[in-house]
Design a protein around this ligand. Structure first.
Ligand SMILES: [Fe+2]
Length: 275
């Protein structure tokens, strides 16, 4: 189903296709997960099951994996459309670049049939040559979105690499949970540093669709609002995610300013935020 509400929040990263990765295990978990997103105001979802890039160089294994994903997707998307007619529910993948030269010609690898592709590298480690990989993708007509850059082990605090990725045409997606310390203080610090440069294009949940997991959408939005980030919230959670659905590049997000409220300053003094 389409959702044309210009105020609908979009989410570009989640694991809600049942039984295909470490996200939802059953249709019931998916439907509960969609319900929770709807309660948070999210009405446009591109869910992104994991797939290994090396499979694209092994046609029989690739077809087998895609068949599994296609079957699970067609069943679950039909049910989501039926139960949540106001929700636009599409599929992409989170492509793990376990090889540097994946074949992205199959549109099913892209975000909801657009030219965007969501990427990550294995084991939260960055191999050498990531800038070249991203640059080659751009030349091939793919628009790379790098998932949760803030979570990489040893990611340089000066953000030189993030700057290089952006220079060669990548977009950056930060997880809501990173702003709330869900992945530790280093990821939180890096997430805020990226926001203060204006280098984040999208915020998304990376929701793994289990009942004990949180979306962190509301908490992250509250935190950004405390920092005077109302404009950033709207661009990162509504405008730019919606633009992906239309295959349009994100609009630039202004750098997040410093603390403006007493509460925000106190948090920093008491080291509740280290950035
Ligand atoms: Fe993910």
């Amino acid at each position: 189903m389409r959702n044309d509400d210009p105020l609908a929040i979009g989410d570009l990263h989640s694991h809600m296709v049942p039984g295909v990765d470490d996200g939802a295990r059953t249709m019931e978990e998916t439907l509960e997960g969609v319900e929770r997103m709807v309660q948070a105001g999210i009405r446009k979802i591109i869910t992104t099951p994991h797939i290994d890039a090396s499979l694209t160089r092994d046609p029989p294994a690739y077809e087998q994996r895609m068949d599994q994903l296609d079957r699970a997707w067609s069943e679950v998307s039909r049910e989501v459309d039926r139960r949540f007619p106001d929700v636009e529910f599409r599929r992409g993948h989170e492509v793990m670049l376990d090889i540097p030269d994946a074949d992205f010609s199959d549109a099913r690898l892209h975000m909801g049939g657009t030219s965007f592709v969501l990427l990550e590298w294995p084991r939260l480690q960055l191999p050498p040559g990531t800038v070249e990989v991203v640059s080659r993708m751009r030349f091939a007509g793919i628009k790379p979105i790098i998932a949760h850059p803030e979570r990489y082990v040893g990611f340089d605090r000066e953000l030189d690499l993030a700057g290089e990725w952006r220079r060669v045409g990548a977009f950056l997606q930060v997880n809501y949970g990173s702003l709330l310390n869900r992945y530790g203080p280093e990821a939180r610090t890096l997430a805020f540093r990226l926001l203060r440069r204006g280098w984040v294009d999208y915020l998304s949940s990376d929701f793994h669709c289990r009942s004990h997991l949180k979306l962190f959408h509301r908490e992250a939005v509250e935190r950004l609002a405390e920092l005077g980030g109302d404009e950033q919230i709207s661009l990162l959670t509504v405008t730019n995610p919606q633009r992906v659905f239309r295959d349009e590049d994100p609009v630039p997000v202004p750098p997040l300013a410093g603390e403006r409220t007493l509460w925000a300053r106190l948090r920093r003094i008491f080291k509740m935020e280290e950035d």
